[in-house]
Design a protein around this ligand. Structure first.
Ligand code: NAP
Length: 248
């Protein structure tokens, strides 16, 4: 495992699912991790306890990262309390699936704000710190739905495709300041977000997956930790699918 000793890493939406696995893996590599959450303080506390039980260091911080001021204040608090910010993982996300004729405007706004605006909010505030440091890592958790689209997910797919545009634009814009920005695109991973779909469509998903298995949050975390590490210092602007070959 690459070493992240001495690094400070913020993972948004880290109280559950993929974010919790990423936070735990970054901490196992030696980073001090900020476990951001929206409402689930107990779950965030459990992630922190689990990291500490494994000998790592973590702190939970509540913020609605879809809100510009809350996201900015979260990053300011990280800088004030921990002195620096080396790795930002924009992972917070949600779904409100429906066919377009039945999708409410509020469903569009919530998903775009939670999945896309949040990443811009946090990246904007983090870039200020990372540009001064002349180094930093931003990793955006997009989705295969952002690459290939998905019927019934016009809001979600648009938000995830937007994250890919954000990733590539920032890689060009702030790369010269020593900051890398990459995106990781998971396929189906069992979490609160997807458990029902995966349960209903398990055989089809496995059939569509070249490696013939369902992915795990750890599969995603492994790639994020690599991208956060010195081993990935010449990788930027890339979208890495972690989908077992589902979208080729
Ligand atoms: P999840 O289990 O539903 O967890 C979502 C996390 O995001 C929770 O920690 C939640 O906090 C947090 N969150 C939601 N809105 C937030 C906000 N406004 N501010 C701060 N935190 C917020 O989801 P997941 O499946 O792990 O998904 C994580 C990321 O991976 C998402 O971006 C998702 O789109 C992406 N992804 C997932 C899959 C999959 O198959 N699971 C596939 C491709 C991409 P609370 O616990 O406080 O509610």
């Amino acid at each position: 495992m690459p070493s992240l000793n001495g690094k400070i890493a913020l993972v948004t939406g880290a109280s559950r699912g993929i974010g919790a696995a990423i936070a735990t893996d970054l901490a196992a590599a030696g980073a001090t991790v900020i476990v951001n959450y929206l409402a689930n303080a107990e779950a965030a506390g459990q992630v922190v306890s689990q990291i500490e039980a494994l000998g790592g260091s973590a702190v939970a911080m509540q913020a609605d990262v879809s809100d510009f001021d809350e996201a900015s204040n979260l990053i300011k608090t990280v800088k004030k309390d921990l002195g620096q910010l080396d790795v930002l993982v924009n992972n917070a996300g949600t779904t409100r699936d429906n066919v377009i004729m039945l999708m409410k405007e509020a469903d569009w706004d919530l998903v775009i704000d939670t999945n896309l605006k949040s990443a811009w909010n946090c990246s904007r505030a983090a870039a200020r710190i990372m540009m001064r440091q002349r180094k930093g890592r931003i990793i955006n958790i997009t989705s295969v739905a952002g690459i290939s689209g998905n019927a019934g997910q016009s809001n979600y797919s648009a938000s995830k495709a937007g994250l890919i545009g954000l990733t590539k634009s920032l890689a060009k814009e702030i790369g010269p300041r020593g900051i890398t920005i990459n995106a990781v695109a998971p396929g189906f991973v069992p979490t609160d977000l997807t458990n029902d779909i995966i349960e209903d469509m398990k055989d089809t998903i496995i059939e569509l997956t070249s490696l013939r298995r369902i992915g795990s949050a750890q599969d995603v975390a492994n790639v994020v930790t690599f991208l956060a590490s010195d081993a990935a210092s010449f990788v930027t602007g890339q979208v890495i699918a972690v989908d077992g070959g589902m979208v080729l």
